[in-house]
Design a protein. Structure first.
Length: 421
């Protein structure tokens, strides 16, 4: 009887801490409107935050108090695996929140410190010679007159989906991504999503999860949408990416367990490294090996009215371009650490990311708005991929790869869980 009473008391304590955590996330969201990416929990907790006039310093103290409460709970309670999962998650999220509040209070930090404290990982550094070696390979693939950037720009323009065909092409890619995902993962019957096309955004696509298994997915038409982005966006934003991830987490921990901490998604937190990393890796899981290129050639190229005879060459070029991806992180590091001004950052993105000047300016705007968030896409991808492969989810064992991937997007993994032990 005593054991049962203690268990009930522990659960009540954890639930109270979780509710206070949700309130504090909402309060921080009043100081940074991008902080709360999604909320589908009780209106009462959101209203409590709206009525709360706490200063950031007061919020910081409350975060520290909650952290102490969790530490005390560990000491006085025989923690089972379920309680430990919640406590570990909440402690890491509170630590990230504390750093975010410090930033809002004006405390300065380096790019690497921000990466580690907010997202639980640090981006590797590469020198100019590393990127130049990749660009030299591209030079051999794109022979001709003019700079490598000019040649790449001219070549890539052949693969832009005409605006009037974007919806048709994207929906076909989305249906295939959904089909592949549902062949391996059982999704809740009520899940659904809505597509919307927008302009004047710093991103190319966004998933706004609404709760109850429903997502609003927005695609930005201000940026050219290239043929490979149809599958990339469909898999990343929907299946088996963000929509599947949020839906499965909600189904497991909100609907089944009533854990209120999983009704809110603080964007600048360790959750994002897992979310963006798994969404990017989900592209490879749903379209392994040559299957992505095959589907594009057979279905998407004809729908977009593009020349599929160039598909293999374009795919090879894009594979090389993807190796330059970390240049965006290095550009963000140097800009946010004050080593580069805006013009130098744009030049770096042009020279080593092979972006047009216009695209580099858009990228800089993203960096200015979302700061170190940029690492979640590529560092997160590499960490998720390594974790899945390390646990047996190799390309020659697709069933196991899907099983590990589903476990990752269904459960509250943290970046530290992906590291080699």
């Amino acid at each position: 009887m005593a054991c049962s009473e203690n268990t009930e008391k522990d659960l009540k304590n954890i639930n109270s801490i979780a509710e206070e955590y949700v309130v504090l996330v909402h309060i921080i969201g009043k100081y940074d409107t991008d902080y709360v990416d999604a909320y589908f929990g009780p209106d009462s907790l959101k209203q409590k935050a709206l009525n709360d006039s706490s200063s950031l310093r007061s919020v910081k103290l409350r975060i520290l108090d909650l952290t102490k409460d969790l530490d005390s709970l560990i000491k006085i309670t025989k923690i089972d695996l379920v309680k430990n999962l919640r406590i570990k998650f909440l402690k890491q999220m509170l630590s990230s929140m504390n750093f975010k509040v410090n930033s809002l209070l004006g405390f300065k930090s380096t790019f690497d410190e921000e990466c580690k404290e907010l997202y639980g990982a640090v981006s590797p550094k590469y020198n100019d010679e590393y990127y130049q070696a990749i660009i030299n390979e591209l030079e051999l693939e794109l022979l001709g007159k003019g700079s490598i950037l000019d040649r790449y720009k001219v070549f890539k323009e052949k693969f832009i989906i005409p605006t009037e065909k974007v919806d048709t092409v994207f929906k076909v890619a989305l249906n295939e991504a959904k089909k592949q995902t549902k062949s391996f993962i059982e999704m809740p019957h009520s899940e659904d999503l809505q597509l919307e096309y927008v302009r004047d955004k710093a991103w190319s696509g966004y998933n706004w999860f609404q709760g109850d298994g429903f997502s609003l997915i927005q695609i930005n038409l201000d940026q050219p949408i290239y043929i490979e982005r149809a599958i990339d966006l469909a898999a990343h934003e929907a299946y088996p990416g963000h929509h599947a991830h949020h839906t499965l987490m909600e189904d497991t921990y909100v609907k089944d367990s009533n854990w209120v901490e999983f009704t809110i998604y603080p964007l600048f937190s360790p959750m994002s490294l897992i979310s963006e990393g798994s969404a990017n890796y989900g592209i490879e899981v749903a379209f392994p090996g040559e299957s992505k290129l095959k589907f594009e050639k057979e279905y998407l190229y004809p729908l977009a009215g593009l020349d599929s005879s160039l598909a293999e060459k374009y795919n090879k070029i894009q594979s090389l371009i993807s190796k330059l991806d970390y240049a965006g992180n290095d550009a963000a590091r140097m800009f946010l650490d004050g080593e580069f001004n805006e013009e130098q950052t744009i030049d770096y993105l042009v020279n080593y990311n092979l972006m047009t000047k216009e695209r580099a300016k858009q990228r800089l705007n993203f960096i200015k708005k979302y700061r170190a968030y940029v690492i979640n896409y590529n560092v997160g991808l590499d960490m998720v991929r390594d974790f899945v492969i390390r646990n047996g989810g190799t390309s020659d064992n697709p069933k196991k790869r899907w099983l590990i991937f589903e476990d990752l997007i269904r459960n509250p993994y943290l970046p530290s869980d992906l590291e080699v032990k």
